[in-house]
Write a protein that binds this ligand. Sequence first.
Ligand SMILES: Cc1cc2nc3c(=O)[nH]c(=O)nc-3n(C[C@H](O)[C@H](O)[C@H](O)COP(=O)(O)OP(=O)(O)OC[C@H]3O[C@@H](n4cnc5c(N)ncnc54)[C@H](O)[C@@H]3O)c2cc1C
Length: 404
Amino acid sequence: MESLFVTERIKTLLPQIQAFIETELHPLEMPEYLAHDFSHVEPILQQKRQLVKKAGLWGLHLPEEDGGLNLTLCEFGQISEVLASSPYGHFVFNTQAPDIGNTELMHKYAPKHLKDRYLNPLMNGEIRSCFSMTEPEFAGSNPTRMGTMAVKDGDDYVINGHKWFTSSADGSAFAVVMAVTNPDAAPHKRASQILVPMDTPGVKLVRNIPIMGHAGDSWASHAEMLYENVRVPQANLIGAEGAGFLLAQERLGPGRIHHCMRFIGIAERSFDLMCRYAANREMEEGVMLGEKQFIQGFIAESRAEIDAARLLVLRTAKHIDEQGASAVRDEISMVKFFTANMMLRVIDRSIQTHGALGMTNDILLSYWYSHERAARIYDGADEVHKTALARGILKGYGLNTRKK
Ligand SMILES: Cc1cc2nc3c(=O)[nH]c(=O)nc-3n(C[C@H](O)[C@H](O)[C@H](O)COP(=O)(O)OP(=O)(O)OC[C@H]3O[C@@H](n4cnc5c(N)ncnc54)[C@H](O)[C@@H]3O)c2cc1C
C-alpha cells in the first residue's frame, strides 16, 4: 500500500482485515462455491459475518454515531482493495454494492422514519437493498430520460415502470426507485428517489437476467423488474422531490472509488496467482514458465499498471475528501475507465499464464473474468467517461465542446 496515503488507524486495521480474509475467506475459493449460485455459499458467509462482528471489524465504514470509524474515502478505499482479494470480502464485511451506496444515501437524505425502519437493519446486515434506475427502453448513459412515473394520489405515490439490471433485487427488503415525479421540469430535475418495500403489491421481479450464461441469485444477481400501480406513501421520498438525478450523481462519485479500489484488489490477487504459477510451473526440466520473456512481460506490465492505477485512485479519493466529488469529476472519470481496463487486462494475462487451468473454476480467474467484464459498462461506460475527461481538458484550451 502507498505509504503516502496510509494513516495510523489504517496501518493497524489493514493487517487485521487481511489476516481475516486469508484465514476465513480464501479457503472458500473452490469450485463447489465458485461454480454455483450465491445462495449455495450464503449460509457460510452469514457465519463469517458473525465472526467479523466478534472481531470488532463490522461497520468500519459507517459514521461514528453508528459505531463506525468515520473513515475518509481514501482510507476506506484501501480497505476495499484488501476486501476484494476474495469475491466474498465485501459481502462478509457488509460493504457490498448496492447496499453501501444506499446506506450512504439514506444517512444523508432519508427521513428519520425510513432510517429507523430500513437503514438500521441494513447497517446491521439483517436486510439487503437494491437500486432501481436503469430501464431497457431508455439509454442508461443518459439517466435524465426514463419512462417510470410516480404520480401523486392522496398521500401516496403510484409508481408504474419497467426496470432492468436492478442488482441484488432478489431477496432485497427494499428498492430505491428512480421515477419521474415532475415531468414538466428541466430534464435533470424531473426524477426523484423513492423507497419501495419489495413486498408492496405490484412490485414484480420478472427474472434474474442471465449474464455470460449464468442468471445467479440472491445478492449476486441482476433483476428485470416491473412496478405496476405500486402505491407507497409520499413520506418514502429520499431527499427533495426532483433531486433524484442530483442524488444519483452524488452517490456515484464515492461509489466509483469503491469500485476502482475493488478492481485494484482483484488485479492484485490475479497478479499474485500469475506470479506464483509462473514461478512454479516447470516447462522443461529445470526451466520454469517465469523464465520465458513473454510471461516476464505480462508480469512487468501488470505490476506497473496496478501501481499506477492505485496511485491515481488514491489521489482522486484524497481530492474527493478535500474538495468534494463535484470538484474532481474529470479525475473520477479518468480513474473509472483506466482502472476497469487495467483490471481486465491483468485478469486476462493471468488466465493466459495459467493455460487451461485459468479457464476452470479450480481457481478464481474465470469467475472474475465473467463477473467483472461489466466494469467497463456500469457506473458510466468507458466512452462516456473518456468523452467527459476529454471535454474537460479541451475546455482548458478554449474549446467548448457541446454534449452530443
Ligand atoms: C453488471 C451490471 C450491474 C448493474 N447494476 C445496476 C443497478 O444496480 N441499478 C441500475 O439502475 N443499473 C444498473 N446497471 C445498469 C448500468 O448502469 C447501465 O448499463 C449503464 O448506465 C449503461 O446504460 P445502458 O446499458 O442502457 O447502455 P446505453 O446507454 O444504451 O449505451 C450503450 C453503449 O453505448 C456507448 N455509449 C454510451 N454513451 C456514449 C457516448 N456519449 N459516446 C460514445 N459512446 C457512448 C457505450 O459503449 C455504452 O456501453 C448495471 C449494469 C450492469 C452491466
